[in-house]
Ligand binder design. Structure first.
Ligand code: CTP
Length: 419
């Protein structure tokens, strides 16, 4: 944690409507002496106590109060206004302004700015002592403290209304000291991962869904029909899509791999579960079917473990599973702009891939040989051929991560061409 020097700090000062507003002029002067740049937002009520021109003259910037002012918004939008400061200071923080802050209202520029800021807020309350001591104000202050708002004051003393007690705004120099302390803590309040600034990358702003791994089709509670897919290629593609700025969803069959970072992962076992998860993940811009989906499932899954008996070996009757790739590629509405399938072939790789491209209605097929001699299933390398209506392009043998990055580049180029 590094302390921010007061000089060159940028403060956004929100002036509420109270008699103490004049003291905020003094606050700006004190801050200016210390090299602090202050921009001012006033509430409508504040303008009744001190002329905006006084604040403009002292701060050296136009004073803002209208969230709908086109001229002001063109110069600096209200979101930017709330973000470019290092700290937001509310002085005087009236009972009304504190109540609106506690409720999260955004009904004028001051409250909108306070709701939109990603910076810490320091409030210097000022109000009649009964208003300060009222249970409603107590509640609001407690809620704001719990939200991380810092407070300075109020002081005790003679009030403008003639009463004596707590409610006077802290003196400008005390507020300066509180600002200095507040600037020592980190001022940017982080957002949860995955939201905020749009990530930059070749697939920024696109939704990508990837299926990966094998499916397990149960025979009975302990046995299943599966295949040798490791999920390495599909997982690498999902991870590369996430790294390229896409919002990626990986629908993974049972694999021995960790969930890739930066990707939403849905775990499934059977082809039917994968089918349902894939449809639920739509709409998407790009769909990549890298999973080795079991083509068949056992028609009648035993509720109990099958036992050896006198009747001999059991005969399994199989039924076909839904074709996830074909279903996504042939959707009438909401078809992803780019649908990519894989073809795991043991012979005549390109011919079979061409046939599959047509049969499944997808835009590209990544064909690879899974003949045992190639070691593709479970191996770290892959040699693929990209088959489209335009032709077949063999890629050299490379790692599955490199294939994934190559595919992401190809997808980025194709999607750009479609815009
Ligand atoms: N696929 C799918 N759903 C299925 C079967 C396959 O989404 N039920 C997808 C795979 O993820 C892959 C592509 O379809 O992207 C091709 O899979 P493959 O098993 O090679 O093809 P099959 O449809 O089984 O055709 P064939 O029997 O000719 O090998």
């Amino acid at each position: 944690m590094t302390a921010r020097p007061l000089s060159n700090a940028r403060i956004l000062l929100i002036v509420g409507g109270g008699v103490a507003a004049y003291k905020s002029l003094e606050l700006i002067r004190r801050l200016r002496e210390r090299g602090v740049v202050t921009r001012v937002v006033m509430t409508e009520a504040a303008k009744r106590f001190v002329a905006p021109l006084s604040f403009a003259a002292l701060s050296g910037h136009a004073v803002r109060f209208d969230p709908f002012s086109l001229i002001d918004e063109a110069e600096m939008g209200h979101i930017e206004l709330s973000r470019e400061a290092d700290l937001v200071v509310v002085a005087p923080a009236t009972a009304d302004l504190l109540a609106r802050m506690a409720q999260g209202l955004a009904n004028d520029l001051a409250s909108t700015t306070l709701l939109a800021t990603d910076k810490r807020v320091l409030a210097a309350p000022a109000m009649n002592l009964r208003m300060w001591l009222h249970p409603a104000t107590r509640r609001n202050v407690a809620a704001l403290r719990a939200d991380g708002v810092a407070f300075v004051g109020p002081d005790e003393g003679e009030m403008a209304c003639g009463e004596f007690g707590p409610g006077r705004m802290a003196e400008p120099l005390a507020i300066v000291a509180a600002i200095e302390r507040a600037l020592e803590a980190p001022t940017a309040i982080p957002l949860p991962p995955g939201v905020g600034a749009r990530p930059e990358g070749a697939l920024a702003g696109l939704r990508v869904v990837v299926t990966s791994g094998p499916t397990y089709e149960p025979i009975d509670p302990v046995r299943f029909l599966g295949n040798r897919s490791s999920g390495l290629q599909g997982h690498a593609i999902a991870e590369a899509a996430g790294a390229a700025g896409a919002r990626a969803t990986l629908i993974s069959g049972p694999v021995g791999l960790a969930d890739p970072a930066g990707v939403d992962v849905v775990h499934v076992e059977t082809a039917r579960q994968m089918h349902a998860a894939a449809l639920a993940a739509l709409p998407a811009d790009v769909f990549i079917a890298a999973a080795a989906v079991g083509d068949w499932r056992v028609e009648a899954v035993g509720a109990q473990k099958l036992k050896k008996g006198t009747a001999g070996a059991p005969v399994l009757s199989l039924v076909e599973n839904p074709d996830i790739l074909a279903d996504v590629a042939t959707r009438r509405t909401g078809r992803p702009a780019l649908v990519i399938g894989f073809a795991a072939e043991t012979e005549r790789v390109v011919e079979n891939a061409r046939d599959k491209l047509k049969r499944k209605g997808c835009d590209l097929i990544v064909a690879n040989s899974v003949a045992e001699s190639e070691g593709t299933f479970g191996g770290l390398d892959n040699q693929v051929t990209i088959v489209s209506a335009a032709g077949a392009e063999p890629w050299p043998r490379m790692s599955k991560q490199e294939v994934a990055r190559g595919l992401i580049e190809l997808i980025a180029r194709t999607m750009k061409g479609q815009k």
